[in-house]
Design a protein around this ligand. Structure first.
Ligand code: ASP
Length: 311
């Protein structure tokens, strides 16, 4: 059966360990997931495009300081915030991606501006910021993006590193936001945005803006948005691998996605997960981590938020 439209999102595999979760925090995360789903659902139910829906969903997550993208992004080892984002349109394979940007309120809108207003697909640095200005994307100053929680996570990570150890707390290491959708015309789209990994080296770029790794969409197969240990997702071309398994091996979306997450990634230090939708609107959300903030909305607008793997 084909759904008229479908929308799913993730808010990163860096979930707070169950032992450290409080009812207040859980309520806030679930509300953030539902608000973002509602933003995308509003677009899709009016016959809007999958691309508009995933960008609206990701903007809501970027604006929420709980998630590691836009406001509330993590810090590099040098104490700066460097953000990566990408969009892909499954109907046309049009792409827009940016890496290492700081200033635009919504990095995902800069990625979209790259797709809509340039002949190229991937920008970094000042050129990316100039595209954002030309497209009228609003900018914010450093105090808008700063959160004490992320700053403390950096201090803790640097302290552990100086002692020769690494944090095993996923909330300290990970986070990303993303959305996948199928619209009423049957088109697929994806948007993914991240601050990257806490204490990453300055200039490091993860899987999020690398098309085929953390972000991919093709109407013939699926749209995928990933979160996790970006270097491994890049090495295994995680998002495109799912599409390839569907096209060449005839696998279902769920089987293809599960194999990539549980075999390719899990067995090679690639902790994390992903969300994906196929051309019939089926959704899958596998992870090999303790949890992944995630959710989906049904056509009638019923919102579901999930956090831990066993939910
Ligand atoms: N995948 C992101 C990156 O490597 C981080 C994450 O999702 O945890 O930049």
């Amino acid at each position: 059966m084909t759904n008229r439209f479908s929308l799913a999102l993730h808010g990163g595999a860096g979930t707070i360990l169950r032992s450290k979760m409080t009812p207040e925090k859980e309520t806030a995360y679930r509300a953030g997931i539902c608000d973002a789903l509602a933003a995308g659902h509003t677009v899709l139910k009016k016959d809007g495009s999958a691309m508009d829906a995933v960008v609206a969903t990701v903007c809501a997550l970027e604006n929420n300081p709980l998630f590691n993208a836009g406001r509330g992004a993590v810090f590099t080892s040098a104490g700066k915030q460097e953000m990566d984002a990408a969009v892909m349109d499954g109907a046309t394979r049009k792409v827009g991606a940016v890496a290492g940007v700081f200033g635009p309120r919504n990095p995902i809108c800069v990625a979209r501006a790259v797709m809509d207003t340039t002949d190229h697909v991937f920008f970094t640095g000042d050129a990316a910021l100039e595209i954002a200005r030309q497209a009228g994307v609003p900018f914010e100053d450093a105090s808008y993006f700063f959160t004490e929680t992320r700053w403390q996570a950096l201090q803790d990570t640097l302290r552990l590193r100086a002692q020769g150890t690494e944090s095993n707390d996923p909330a300290r290491r990970h986070g990303t936001v993303g959305a996948v959708a199928r619209d009423m015309s049957g088109n697929l789209a994806v948007a993914t945005s991240t601050g990257g990994m806490t204490a990453k080296a300055p200039g490091r770029i993860g899987d999020t803006p690398v098309i085929g790794a953390g972000t991919f969409a093709d109407n013939e197969s699926c749209a995928v948005s990933a979160t996790g240990h970006g270097e491994v997702f890049i090495k295994y071309c995680a998002a495109h691998e799912i599409s390839a398994r569907m096209r060449f091996a005839g696998q279902s979306l769920a089987d293809a996605a599960r194999y990539v997450v549980m075999e390719d990634l899990a067995k090679n230090d690639g902790s994390g997960g992903l969300i994906a939708v196929d051309r019939h609107g089926n959704i899958t959300m596998p992870m090999n981590s303790e949890g992944m903030y995630r959710g989906f909305v049904t056509e009638d607008g019923q919102l579901t938020s999930l956090i831990y793997a066993d939910e």
